[in-house]
Every structure is written in C-alpha cells, then in structure tokens.
Design a protein around this ligand. Sequence first.
Ligand code: FAD
Ligand code: 2HG
Ligand code: ZN
Length: 483
Amino acid sequence: MSNPPSQSLLTELKDRLGLKGFTADPSDLAPWLQDWRGRYQGAAAAMLSPATTQQVSDIVRLCAAEGVPLVPQGGNTSMAGGATPSEAGDALLLSTRRMNRLRSISAEANVAVAEAGVILADLHEAAAAVGRRFPLSLGAKGSATIGGLVSTNAGGTQVLRFGTMRALVEGIEAVLPDGSIFDSLAPLKKDNRGYDLRQLLIGAEGTLGIVTAASLKLVPAVGSRSVAWCGLESPDKALALLRLLDNAVGDAVESFELVPRQALDLVLRHVAGTRAPLGGSHGWHVLIEAVAPMVAPSPEKELGRALGAALEIGVIEDAIIAQNEAQAEALWRIRDSISEAEKKDGPAAKHDVSVEVSAMPAFMIEATAAVEQRFPGTRVIAFGHLGDGNVHFNVRAPEGADQAWAVGEGSAVTAFVHDLVTAAGGSISAEHGIGQMRLAELARLGDPTRLAAMRAIKKALDPKGIMNPGKLVPPIARAQASL
Ligand code: FAD
Ligand code: 2HG
Ligand code: ZN
C-alpha cells in the first residue's frame, strides 16, 4: 500500500535537490501532468528533477522508506499514458530531463553512453558528429529521451533492419526500487552471469526501477540514402513490394512505412506546408528508405530498378524517388506528422497491434470491415510499420463526437479490436507499451502464466509497489486474490 509524501519528506527532498531539482508549483507541474494525446490528467505533490544518479538513488531510498510512489518521466511522449501519475496525487513525478549528459561517444567502439534525459534527436546529432549514427528514429525524436525509449522498448521506423531498443542497448545503469545502483553499463558482447537484469529493465515502463544511463550501439553513418514514395492498391500489394525489394535491394531497405489515403488526407488538411507526393488518388502508399554506408554505392539505382519492375507487373500504381535531401525530408515529414494530424482532427480509439507479418494485410482489411460495420460512423485509419507486422489500427470517432467518446464507446471499440488481434495470435501492444491505457485489456486478455510471472518479478524487485504504480502490471482481480 503506498502513502502520500509527508511534509518532512518534501522538505528533505527540496533541501537535497535545490531550486532546480524540486518544484511543487502547480504551474511548473501542469504541462507534465497530462499525456501527449490529452487523454489522462494526473496529479502530483511535486516534481523532482535530479541531476545525477546519486541523487536518483537518494530520492528512491527516501521514498521507499515512506512507501511513497514515484512516476518516472522523460519526454512525456508516451502513447499509453505511461508517464502520467494517477489523479490521486499521492505520487511524486521524477523527471530525468536534467540528466542529459552524453557521458562518452566512441566511433572506434561504436558505443555512446547517454544519460536517461538525453533527447533522441541530440543523440542523432552527436553520433553524426563522430561519423556514426544511432539507428532508431520516431516522430517524437525532438522530445523522447533515452530513458523513455529504453523503458518502453521503443520501435520506430528502422526496426526492419536494426530491431527495437532491445537490440540496441548494450549496457544499463539504473536505480532499483530500494535505492541501490545497478551498474551494468559495460557493453559486453558476451555475459552469461545469469538472469539478464538489463533486458528486464528494457520495456519495464519504470515499474522495476529508474534507468539513469544506457550504453547504446552505433552503426556506420549514412553515406547515401534513397527515399521513395509509392502509390498502390492494397496492403497486400505493399507486402508483395517489400518481398520484391528484399530480393532486389536487400538489407539496404531500412524503412517501409504504410500510409493509407485517409492518413495522407489528414496530414494535408492539418499540417501546414505539406503536399501530396504523387498526382492521382491511391488507396495506399508506402514510404521506403534505402541506405548505403560511406564507401558503398548509392542504393538509388537498385531501388529505381526494383520500383520500375514493380510498376510493370502491377504491384504498384505510381512512384517517385526523392531527388535531394529536401524532397526526402518532405516525404518523411508527411509520415511523421500522422499522429499530430490525427490528434488535431479529433478523438480516436488508438491501437498498436501486431500479427505475423504475412498475416497483416488480410488482418487489416478484415478487421477494418468488421469494426466499421459493428460501430457505424467510425473510420479506421491503420498505418505504420507493415514490414514489422505492426500497424497503428486507429479508429476515428463518428462525426461530432467529443473527447469523452474515446473512454466511452471507444473502449468497446478497443475491446472489439483487441479480441480480433488476440484471435489472430497477435499482440495488443507492439511498441507503445501498456502504460495505464492498456492495463485492463492486458488483465483481460493476457496469458495467465505470463501475468503471474510478471507479478512475481514486480513483487520481488519492488515489494512496496512504489515504482510507477497502476502501469503495466495488472493487479490480481479481487475474486482471484481471495481464492
Ligand atoms: P515518457 O513518455 O516520459 O515515458 C514513457 C514510459 O517510460 C513511462 O512509463 C515512464 O514512466 C517510463 N520512463 C521514462 N523515463 C524513464 C526512466 N529513465 N527510467 C524508467 N522509466 C522511465 N513509440 C514507438 O515505439 N515507435 C514510434 O514510432 C513512436 N512514434 C511516436 C510519435 C509521436 C508523435 C509520439 C508523441 C510518440 C511516439 N512514440 C513512438 C511513443 C513514444 O515516443 C515512445 O514511447 C518513447 O519511447 C517515450 O519516450 P519519453 O522520453 O517521452 O518517455
Ligand atoms: C508512429 O508510428 C507512432 O507514428 C505513433 O508509433 C502512432 O499515433 C499513433 O498511433
Ligand atoms: Zn509506430
């Protein structure tokens, strides 16, 4: 059972953290108490902004002694309400944004050691400056932090080639729920000393401790890139195109993002300065990026040839290849603005689902028809990482509905979509995590064996339940607990 912070704890924290590290001013706290989509509004007695790992450890030790909950927060771009405290106001918000030091970066070792609060776009810049890159990117790169990316096992638009954060984190430093510091930053390629606590912390959404720094894998910088936009008839054809590219262009293909016409229309309507890449109207589009390192030839020729062949055999309807960086960036801007455009357009029930890659096209078509028939007036906009078998199967509210729809009828839509995904053997959280948004659904649909193991791990490492309560780990239902 957690407790609200006592006045003496708040005073002690204020003294230790100083002016920059402690605020209880409601106007400082306000922007950080609502999630990015504006679905959750939380409360907190104070926001703590430590500058060092030792300060994080001190905070956790003091809070653990009083059983006071802590909600870790980085850039607050969670798509699952993961960084928003509950309305109860008994928790303290722990922001890592001041811990934004790049401790080291080595082109020789291909490793960057970044503190939790380093912003993804800043890491990209630092890696480029030493002739390397960190191969994970997403629309929120200007705000999302390393701690948040690690803790959500973030995906993004290069998973096809480089995998999710799990594949890119080579070491972790974290403060565990009793305040002890777990130092496993050494980027060892091989280490069989038992359970891998680092992997356990990746994707733990702050429920097992606070990530304070990570050693991250770098890869060679981009020598040349080729970015294309294709119009096509269906997700099925899109997947056929990807398979064709596998053979013709191979590993150079890093991104393969599916954009339905409705998503493009939303971006054109709501995001200033965007324009349709192709003439004519296509039901679906894909954005493709192929990359070659410095000494290798540009992938443009292979990509152009492959798209020409795809056009000839009717796999695609039309295509353009960006002729310069400005055009490439304009194509990416469309893709990366879909969430923002969707937010401006009104309420939606948002889903982040995966099924087997080869099953995704049929799933998308069948699930869209089923949802739109069962919930008249709704419109499905499913977009994203088709090559990973992961789309954001978002369902727009009927015309005129207000924000309350998302938590009202939208919940019935969500249950319907998740039932379809589960029946297809898929996941209800491919990359955004569970947070508070999917907690009840994980409790309803999660495999009992997996849930029991998660609860056992949580109880062992965080017996007082102070780390990000109400997120990720569903509590045992009362009826079940009393058996
Ligand atoms: P926050 O939102 O602050 O926190 C996320 C979770 O991690 C919370 O549970 C929080 O408690 C926990 N946490 C944060 N820092 C720490 C820490 N140091 N230690 C322990 N726990 C911590 N996600 C994808 O996977 N792929 C995408 O393509 C993608 N695109 C996005 C596009 C937009 C426009 C937006 C708004 C979001 C997108 N996201 C995407 C979701 C989001 O950006 C990621 O989940 C990101 O990893 C969150 O980083 P953050 O620093 O904002 O974390
Ligand atoms: C993306 O792929 C993000 O753009 C956000 O994961 C998805 O807004 C969404 O649903
Ligand atoms: Zn995504």
